[in-house]
Design a protein around this ligand. Structure first.
Ligand SMILES: [Zn+2]
Length: 157
């Protein structure tokens, strides 16, 4: 049994089945294949995205995967920032064991951006109640996030 394609070429049934399976594997439901371009060198690439991604998001994903120098630097920088911010969330935000005010957490997020932009080296925040928050640049460009807490003993006898 053979099926005809539009071009009139006969494709063996088993090849057709293989092609269909291939497609099924690549495109699970809700996922689509989109083409984007590296922001730095312009090289195109295909990413599989969830439905509804805009071109900017697709370009961003392609850029982060591109192997050109600029894109690699950009991807590393982005990863550094994300790592530092998720560490801040872990240590200080509402999901932390002892959360601090979100407005202070936001200052720390801004500090991470400023450090990555080389606008400053670090910041230490006196949160109060003996809690100190520190964000600072380390050797090899990484960004360190620290939380320290001084146990103050009060005597009320
Ligand atoms: Zn590139």
């Amino acid at each position: 049994m053979r099926k005809k394609t539009d071009g009139g070429h006969a494709i063996p049934e088993e090849d057709l089945r293989e092609m269909e399976q291939e497609e099924g594997r690549e495109m699970p439901e809700g996922v689509e294949s989109q083409t984007g371009y590296c922001r730095f060198c312009g090289q195109g690439g295909v990413v599989h995205t969830m439905m509804g991604w805009g071109q900017d998001e697709v370009n961003e994903a392609v850029t982060c995967r591109c192997q050109c120098e600029e894109a690699k630097k950009y991807a590393e920088s982005k990863e550094r920032v994300q790592k530092a911010k998720s560490r801040i969330e872990e240590l200080f935000s509402s999901t932390a064991e002892k959360p601090i005010d979100q407005s202070v957490v936001n200052i720390m997020f801004r500090a991470v951006d400023a450090i990555e932009e080389k606008a400053m080296k670090g910041i230490t925040i006196e949160v109060g109640q003996g809690i100190k928050a520190r964000v600072s640049k380390m050797a090899k460009e990484s960004i360190k996030v620290e939380r320290s807490e001084v146990q103050k003993k009060t005597y009320e006898e």
